[in-house]
Design a binder for this molecule. Structure first.
Ligand code: ATP
Ligand code: MG
Length: 385
């Protein structure tokens, strides 16, 4: 068993591990870990890459030893080909006297500083690979030693715990936020809207007492304002409710719940069709906005279309998800008709993810609303309006 307990090694290792408990954010913790690693094993360069949660690319990449200028000159982050990729698919430490001699070596991009001795270890916890920690160019020897490897393995497991912790923490925060959203939506509906209604009614009651036409007109416009406010709040509630919807179950089951709920106002059951891997492909953010759009679309059919049937289709194809709501009612309004909040909101929810909507006449009459966006959102949803 190599001696890990040299005073310098031990102190550095402890420092790095203790930093996990300290009140540091994840990047600061990881930076401490990668710096400690470089220092402990006398490496000129060190890097730590964290995979994103889907495991499809790097979410974070930290380096030690490269100045900003070199960083810029090298350009893009490593993509995880070659040896770095190997650490992910076959998560075992790798030690090499010369990086270039490994059969999986991909070579370096132009302007990359020369590096030969190499020590790379995966960042793993409970069989899950979170990324890798690797060091190059040992300054005090030709190759990295057994002791170096053990130290770096210890630091990598510290990094794994730190990442796991941070992700867990984020999930808990999200749950709290969702509970808050649920409560706010309920309060808005049960308290705020009811009060506004009551105020509107009592204002209308005072109308018959009003003598002057000016007062009558002011009361009427206050009542209209209240109406508009209630509509805005309703729209916000849609947003709040839809945001919690996709977290625990898939889009499909939420979508079916919404159509069942809408059947009560419509007076008939919407027909529902799915095509393609809807649950697997539609991200939570896109799913939230899709469901909010469906609620509004069905509410529009109930309020404006005078239809006797409606068909809801969700189709995933070629990286896109398409929501289609087709009714057999009076057809879309003329293009110069007054617009409410609903259609612009749907449009915004599509644009957020790089998509769009259309509302056009159906082939056999009625209206067809089509909401189309890429399955995976680039940006998080700003679902409230
Ligand atoms: N399925 C439909 N069939 C017929 N007309 C529709 C349909 N969907 C929307 N419209 C028309 O488009 C208009 C704009 O819809 P939008 O949802 O933006 O506003 P709204 O429903 O009137 O008000 P809000 O959604 O703000 O409560 C509606 O007033 C209605 O005239
Ligand atoms: Mg509407």
């Amino acid at each position: 068993m190599p001696d890990l307990a040299g005073p310098r090694s031990l102190r550095h290792l402890l420092d790095a591990v203790m930093s996990i408990g300290a009140d540091l954010d994840l990047p600061a913790m990881l930076r401490r870990i990668v710096e400690a690693a470089a220092d402990l094993v006398d490496a000129k360069y060190a890097a730590l890459g964290v995979l994103n949660e889907a495991g499809t690319g790097l979410a974070q990449f930290l380096t030690v030893g490269l100045d900003d200028e070199t960083h810029r000159a090298i350009g893009d982050l490593p993509e995880g080909h070659g040896i770095l990729g190997l650490l992910i698919v076959d998560p075992k430490p790798i030690r090499l006297p010369d990086l270039h001699e490994h059969p999986d070596s991909f070579g370096f991009p132009p302007n990359h500083p020369p590096m030969s001795s190499f020590l790379g270890v995966p960042i793993v916890l409970r069989d899950q690979v979170y990324g890798n920690l690797y060091l190059t160019e040992k300054t005090t020897a030709e190759v990295f030693s057994d002791v170096d490897e053990q130290l770096v393995v210890a630091l990598a497991s510290a990094a794994a715990v730190a990442i796991d912790n941070a992700r867990l923490h984020a999930r808990v925060q999200e749950l709290n936020l969702l509970e808050d959203r649920e409560r706010i939506a309920r309060d808005l509906h049960d308290t705020v809207i009811q009060r506004l209604f009551a105020t509107g009614l009592s204002l209308q009651g005072t109308l018959r007492l009003a003598q002057s036409p000016e007062v009558v007109q002011r009361i009427e416009s206050a009542v209209e304002d209240l109406d508009v406010t209630v509509r805005h709040i309703r729209t916000a509630i849609f947003g709040l409710e839809a945001s919690r919807s996709t977290v625990d179950e898939g889009v499909r089951s939420h979508l079916l719940a919404i159509t069942r709920e809408a059947a009560r106002t419509l007076g008939y059951e919407p027909e529902v069709l799915f095509a393609g891997p809807v649950d697997a492909e539609v991200s939570d953010q896109v799913g939230d906005d899709l469901l909010a759009t469906l609620r509004e679309a069905l509410s529009n059919v109930a309020r404006h279309a005078r239809a006797s049937s409606v068909e809801v289709e969700v189709r995933v194809e070629a990286g896109e998800v398409v929501l289609r709501v087709a009714d057999d009612g009076v057809g879309p309004p003329p293009s110069d008709a007054a617009r409410g909040n609903g259609l612009p909101n749907m449009e915004r929810r599509a644009a957020l993810h790089g998509g769009g909507i259309t509302l056009r006449p159906g082939a056999a009459g009625g209206s067809v609303l089509e909401w189309r966006v890429p399955c995976r959102a680039a940006t998080p949803s700003a679902a409230t309006t």
